[in-house]
Design a protein around this ligand. Structure first.
Ligand SMILES: *[C@@H]1O[C@H](CO)[C@@H](O)[C@H](O)[C@H]1NC(C)=O
Ligand SMILES: *[C@@H]1O[C@H](CO)[C@@H](O)[C@H](O)[C@H]1NC(C)=O
Ligand SMILES: *[C@@H]1O[C@H](CO)[C@@H](O)[C@H](O)[C@H]1NC(C)=O
Ligand SMILES: *[C@@H]1O[C@H](CO)[C@@H](O)[C@H](O)[C@H]1NC(C)=O
Length: 396
C-alpha cells in the first residue's frame, strides 16, 4: 500500500470523529435546575424534573437528564416516552423524596417510567417516606380503592439498564416492572423495615428478559415477587432479609394467567426471612403453569421456610380448600442450598392433588435446625434426589 492511500482513510476517520463530537455537542443534556428545580427539600420539584425529562426525551439523541447531587421533594414524576433515541438519567448523589402524606397521591405510582427504549438510569436514592402509610388502616381492607403509590413503576421499557440505585421506605412496592422486555438491573439497594407493609422489593410480571445482578434487599414483604407471565429472568448475587424471601406467585387467582417460565436464581443469600425460595398457588384455582424454575447456590441464614412449594396457599382463609390447585408446576430444581432453618420443617413440597408436580429435582441440600433434626414434608410430588440432602427429602 503506498503512502497516499494509507493517509486517506486516516483523514476520513478523523473527519468522522470530528463529526461525532459535533453531534455530541448537539445532544440534549438537560439539567433539572435549568427547569426550575430548587432542591431545597420543600418545593415540589416534580414538575421541573418532568419538564426537564420532556426536553431531553424530545432532544437529539443520545440525550440525558441530569439530576445534580442534592435533596429534592417531588410529588409526582413522569419519565414517559417514546424518546428520539437512547437516553440517560444521571442521578448520582441525588436524593428524591416523596411527600409522606398518602392523601396527596391520586395514582398508584410515584415515579412512572413508561414507553422508553434504551434508557440508562444511574444513581439516585428514591425515598418514598412511607412510614405513616404502613401504620394507616385506611387502605387495608380489600374493599377500599386506595392509590398507594409504588416508588418506581416501569411499564413498557425495553433494552434498558438501571444501576447503582437505592429505593427506601416505599409506601407500596419499591419497584414494579410490568410489560418490559430485555432489561437489566445492577447494584441495587432496597431498604425498608421488616414490619413495613406490602413493600415488595421488586415485583415483576408479564415480561420477557430481565436480569437482576447484585442487589441488597431489606424489606417488609417479598424480596422479589413474580406474577404471571414472568419469563426468562436471571437473578444473581441478591441478598434478602428481612422480608418474605423470593416468591413465585401466588398463581391461579385470575382468569387467563400466563405461565411463569424460565426463572434462574443463582448465588443468593437469605437472612432472617420468613421464606427462602417459594412457589405458591391458590387451591380451588383457575388453570395456570409455572415451569423451568431453578434455584442454585443459595445460602439460608435462619430462614423460617427455606424451601417451599405451597399449592394450598390460602392466607386468612380467604379461599376454599375444597378442590386442589389447577396450576401445574414442572421442571423445578433446588440445588446446592445450605444453611440454617429457623423451623423444623426445612423443606416443604406441597403440590396439587389435581395436577401433581412433574420433574422436580433436589440436589445437595444441607439445611440444619438448632432445635433438633430438620425434616421435610411432601405431597403429590416424586422429586429426583441427587447428592447428599439434609434433611432427607420426601422419603416414602
Ligand atoms: C441475562 O443473563 C443471561 C444469562 O447470563 C443472558 O443469556 C441474557 O442475555 C441476559 N439478558 C439480559 C436482558 O441482559
Ligand atoms: C457464585 O459465587 C461463587 C463463589 O462466591 C463464584 O465463584 C461464582 O462465580 C458465582 N457465580 C455467579 C454466576 O455469579
Ligand atoms: C423440562 O425438562 C426436560 C428435560 O429435563 C425438557 O426436555 C423439557 O423440555 C422441559 N420442559 C419444560 C416445559 O420446560
Ligand atoms: C451440613 O452442615 C453442617 C453444619 O455446617 C455440617 O456440620 C455437616 O457436615 C454438613 N453435612 C453435609 C452432608 O454436608
Amino acid at each position: 500500500m503506498d503512502k497516499h492511500t494509507y493517509i486517506l482513510p486516516t483523514s476520513v476517520y478523523c473527519i468522522f470523529i470530528i463529526m461525532s463530537l459535533i453531534a455530541m455537542n448537539n445532544a440534549a443534556v438537560v439539567d433539572i435546575k435549568t427547569k426550575g428545580a430548587k432542591g431545597d427539600g420543600v418545593t415540589d420539584d416534580g414538575p421541573a424534573i418532568t419538564n426537564a425529562w420532556k426536553d431531553a426525551c424530545a432532544g437529539a439523541p443520545p440525550s440525558s437528564l441530569l439530576i445534580p447531587p442534592g435533596t429534592y421533594l417531588a410529588l409526582l414524576i413522569d419519565f414517559l416516552g417514546p424518546c428520539k433515541g437512547p437516553i440517560e438519567i444521571i442521578a448520582k448523589g441525588a436524593t428524591i423524596k416523596a411527600p409522606p402524606e398518602l392523601a396527596k397521591f391520586t395514582r398508584d405510582s410515584w415515579i412512572k417510567i413508561m414507553n422508553v427504549d434504551k434508557l440508562t438510569m444511574t444513581g439516585g436514592t428514591f425515598d418514598g417516606q412511607g412510614q405513616a402509610t404502613w401504620k394507616s388502616t385506611k387502605c387495608q381492607d380489600s374493599q377500599s380503592t386506595c392509590n398507594i403509590p409504588v416508588n418506581l413503576r416501569l411499564n413498557k421499557i425495553t433494552g434498558s439498564v438501571f444501576r447503582d440505585m437505592t429505593s427506601v421506605n416505599s409506601k407500596n412496592f419499591h419497584i414494579a416492572v410490568l410489560a418490559c422486555d430485555n432489561n437489566r438491573f445492577e447494584n441495587l439497594v432496597i431498604d425498608a423495615p421488616g414490619n413495613s407493609v406490602n413493600t415488595d422489593g421488586m415485583h415483576i410480571a408479564k415480561l420477557n428478559g430481565l436480569n437482576i445482578t447484585n442487589a441488597n434487599i431489606k424489606t417488609g414483604d417479598d424480596c422479589i415477587s413474580f406474577g404471571d407471565g414472568s419469563k426468562n429472568v436471571h437473578i444473581q448475587q441478591v441478598t434478602c432479609g428481612p422480608g418474605h424471601g423470593f416468591g413465585v406467585g401466588s398463581l391461579g387467582k385470575y382468569p387467563s394467567e400466563e405461565p411463569v417460565q424460565g426463572i434462574f436464581f443463582k448465588n443468593c443469600t437469605m437472612t432472617g426471612t420468613t421464606n427462602g425460595v417459594r412457589i405458591k398457588s391458590w387451591p380451588a384455582s383457575l388453570p395456570g403453569a409455572a415451569r423451568d424454575i431453578h434455584f442454585e447456590d443459595i445460602i439460608m441464614n435462619n430462614v423460617q421456610n427455606p424451601i417451599l412449594i405451597d399449592q394450598e396457599y390460602c392466607p386468612n382463609n380467604q379461599c376454599k380448600k375444597t378442590s386442589p390447585s389447577k396450576v401445574k408446576l414442572s421442571n423445578v430444581s433446588f440445588k446446592r442450598i445450605r444453611g440454617t432453618s429457623a423451623t423444623k420443617v426445612a423443606v416443604k413440597l406441597v403440590c396439587s392433588a389435581g395436577v401433581p408436580c412433574d420433574n422436580i429435582e433436589v440436589a445437595d441440600i444441607n439445611l440444619t435446625f438448632s432445635g433438633g433434626p430438620a425434616t421435610s414434608e411432601c405431597s403429590n410430588v416424586k422429586p429426583k434426589i441427587t447428592g447428599a440432602t439434609v434433611p432427607v427429602v420426601c422419603k416414602a
